[in-house]
Design a binder for this molecule. Structure first.
Ligand code: F6P
Length: 343
């Protein structure tokens, strides 16, 4: 079998480990041939790929980013786009199937290619935000939490030195998993996530109670967090949480509001793409490698239109439709656990 691998959407530490796991499993167990499409779907619609052999994946597990590059191209657009063109391109090059490593948008496109055009696809979940349904955790998330936790630890010493309130913004457009986990790990005094709008009065109360105990308050906020009433105000303007950070950033909006409400000098830090860069943690390397191995096995089982996924400690399969059918939001019970740290 000849499998084409692509990485699409925002990058994520662990992508290279998936590629390595897949190539080693395929070459060693099945004599599979691999090609890597460059720049995600762009390489598919533009017929831009390179051969991937065992030698190419040597030492790749520890390498951040993706050797295949990535983009947010839509495979239904452009001259070579759409199921018929893509199938023709695959036939021309003897490619039997596509291993699509991506998040919600990428996997939705993969599902459509299978549903509408019979293109043989296997999905591998990728999201630093951990927002994909039907997978307990995704690779990249653990690395992001480590980086955000280290940032909290570092902010704490400078906050203490000046008696300031620090507001750290982490990724999480739709869900607050990175904020929740790093906030608990770093001992934040308030964790603000998109699933739970809060009022500025409530945040100010938490911050003041920390100050009253003689501590420097530390607030972690996910980029998609909205203050009470903000969701409506933004949707009236046709904007959502994804557009909003690009317009200013929630931490930069919150810090002066907190300062005005409490009189405590406040500073904002936006962690941004540092969370997506560099080497994956050991956990993410292992998870990504296992997903790569199982994706190859799924192809040999003809599990087209399915995605490999982590359930508990096992790698299982689900339909891509199920994985793209909703968001993996932070459950109420998980947020409630964190509240012992607030204020
Ligand atoms: O979906 C992952 C994510 O990292 C979000 O948390 C963030 O909003 C977005 O990607 C950033 O995308 P880009 O790299 O295109 O700026």
């Amino acid at each position: 079998m000849k499998i084409g691998i692509l990485t699409s959407g925002g990058d994520c530490p662990g992508l290279n480990a998936v590629i390595r796991g897949a190539v080693l499993q395929g070459v060693i167990e099945h004599d599979t041939e691999f090609v890597g499409f460059k720049w995600g779907w762009k390489g598919v619609v533009e017929e831009d790929f390179v051969p991937l052999v065992r030698h190419d994946v040597r030492g790749l597990a520890r390498q951040g980013g993706t050797i295949l590059h990535s983009s947010r191209t839509n495979p239904f657009e452009g001259e070579g786009g759409g199921p018929e063109n893509i199938q023709r391109m695959m036939d021309r090059n003897g490619i039997d199937a596509l291993m699509v490593i991506g998040g919600e948008g990428t996997l939705t496109a993969a599902r459509r290619l299978w549903d509408e055009g019979g293109i043989k696809v296997i999905g591998v979940p990728k999201t630093i935000d951990n927002d994909l349904a039907a997978t307990d955790y995704s690779f990249g998330f653990d690395t992001a939490v480590e980086i955000a936790t280290e940032a909290i630890d570092r902010l704490r010493t400078t906050a203490d030195s000046h008696g300031r309130c620090m507001v750290l913004e982490v990724m999480g457009r739709h869900v607050g998993w990175i904020a929740l986990h790093s906030g608990i790990a770093g001992g934040a005094h308030a964790i603000l996530i998109p699933e739970h709008p809060q009022s500025i009065e409530q945040i100010a109360e938490w911050v003041e109670s920390v100050r009253d105990r003689g501590r420097a308050p530390l607030v972690v906020v996910a980029e998609g967090f909205m203050l009470d009433g903000m969701t409506e105000a933004y949707s009236d303007k046709g904007l959502d949480a994804f557009n909003r950070p690009r317009l200013g950033g929630i931490a930069e909006q919150l810090a002066p509001m907190i300062e005005a409400a409490t009189g405590i000098e406040s500073r904002a830090t936006v962690l941004g793409h540092i969370q997506r860069g560099g080497a994956p943690t050991g956990y993410d390397r292992v998870l990504a490698t296992r997903l790569g191995i199982h994706a190859v096995e799924a192809a040999y089982d003809g599990a087209w239109g399915e995605m490999v996924t982590l359930r508990g400690t096992e790698i299982e399969r689900v339909s891509i439709a199920e994985a793209t059918g909703g968001l993996n939001v932070v459950p109420e019970s998980r947020y409630a656990e964190a509240k012992i740290f607030f204020g």
